[in-house]
Design a protein around this ligand. Structure first.
Ligand SMILES: Nc1ncnc2c1ncn2[C@@H]1O[C@H](COP(=O)(O)OP(=O)(O)OP(=O)(O)O)[C@@H](O)[C@H]1O
Ligand SMILES: Nc1ncnc2c1ncn2[C@@H]1O[C@H](COP(=O)(O)OP(=O)(O)OP(=O)(O)O)[C@@H](O)[C@H]1O
Lengths: 219, 219
């Protein structure tokens, strides 16, 4: 079990708090907005009304004792930066800070943030992918050339054929790691005679361009 | 190539616009804030200064002609809801809307949004995972019981042993799909004699509890 202090209980900081608390972690929620702090009293281990830029307040909260301090202050870039350097100099062990822009991120990195997150930019990227390639449900970049992707089968030409008949390895240069026929019917490391149906979701591994080529042909 | 109209060029809508534009998609960026619209003129195919709740403006922009309309209005829940129903009734084919809360999401779904996104809540969840299980770099939930995970090896007990010596399949009930030794050295569907080193990243597939158990022992 780890201890977390979150400064800034907006939508990102607040949902981070709820997720950690529901996983039984020790979480202190801090915000200068009294109403917000009250809302989170039900979820957090502890809460405090304080300004992240108030050194005495942070010292009194023993901010250096936490395993992780997350600075989730958004629009007020100045407050985000000043809070981060204050928390760093008070001796925090691991600092996560939310950045509004790449320049903001540069400052945060240079003044001591260990991990920087861009929630909205990251989600903009993910949603763009979902909209441009709706049949690629999830993917992991393994290296700059290889990825692992979950692809939904929508091409009738592939339906009701076995993996060996489709010949993924030679025709598409893809390795099929799993075939999900439905939410409760999945074949891990399937046999060559496994039959593929429309709407099945295949987990495949291969070069990015081969994954994209298969998606383009399949969609 | 698809066409996109984004109403609301905040951090989420704005980064979605930039991502789509950099992938050579046709994007119209709309916001009621003149300065923001000017900033995005350099990235979007077209831009317009308009209020999403202005029916004449949306009709003039031919909002129904786009493949996807994304409503990325945040704090103003009323404007988000009224814009969504307007866009729906003007005949938009596919509507993506950003929701602030689960109640807001319910309303959006009921009035016609096809896809609802919660960027901050989703990122709060992801960052919580990253902080609680720092050696699980990425994961995909395949079913409610099975997942695919990228796990970094930090346990010296496993270092410099072959996959067969560690015996993942019997000891950990995991299937090792790839071993990444470094960003340019990856073994896909590795042989049993593949040797694992500290800091290698293994892509494994197995039951959630087995992935978690391995992570707990490995960390
Ligand atoms: N100096 C400060 N000390 C403590 N809390 C602060 C400070 N400045 C801002 N906050 C709090 O941080 C929270 C998040 O900030 P804000 O709403 O500006 O950003 P946001 O990026 O829109 O947040 P989100 O996207 O996570 O909802 C707010 O609840 C705000 O009250
Ligand atoms: N009725 C409207 N018509 C057009 N644009 C609007 C309307 N209402 C708000 N917007 C724009 O939507 C954008 C995003 O809204 P806002 O800043 O409230 O939300 P946010 O959730 O903080 O955004 P983000 O987290 O994406 O930065 C703003 O640029 C704002 O000008």
């Amino acid at each position: 079990k780890q201890t977390f202090a979150i400064i800034g209980l907006g939508r990102f900081g607040g949902s981070l708090l709820k997720k950690l608390a529901s996983a039984h972690q020790d979480v202190l929620g801090i915000d200068c907005d009294e109403e917000l702090v009250e809302d989170y009293m039900a979820f957090a281990t502890h809460t405090a009304i304080a300004d992240g830029q108030d050194e005495d307040a942070l010292r009194a909260l023993d901010i250096a004792s936490f395993d992780h301090v997350i600075i989730a202050i958004g629009h007020n870039i100045q407050a985000s930066i000043l809070t981060t350097i204050l928390v760093k100099d008070l001796g925090a062990k691991h600092i996560v800070a939310k950045a509004e822009t790449t320049t903001h991120a540069k400052v945060l990195a240079r003044i001591g943030a260990d991990m920087i997150v861009h929630p909205e930019a990251e989600m903009g990227r993910r949603v763009a992918h979902q909209l441009m390639t709706p049949n690629i449900l999830n993917y992991i970049d393994l290296t700059k050339d290889y990825s692992l992707a979950e692809i939904r089968i929508t091409n009738t030409a592939l339906a009701n054929k076995s993996l060996s008949a489709i010949d993924f390895r030679n025709k598409y240069r893809l390795n099929v790691i799993a075939v999900r026929h439905s939410s409760d019917n999945i074949k891990i490391t399937p046999q060559p005679d496994e039959v593929i149906h429309l709407d099945d979701v295949l987990s495949v591994i291969g070069k990015n361009r081969d994954v994209d080529a298969f998606d383009a042909e399949n969609s």
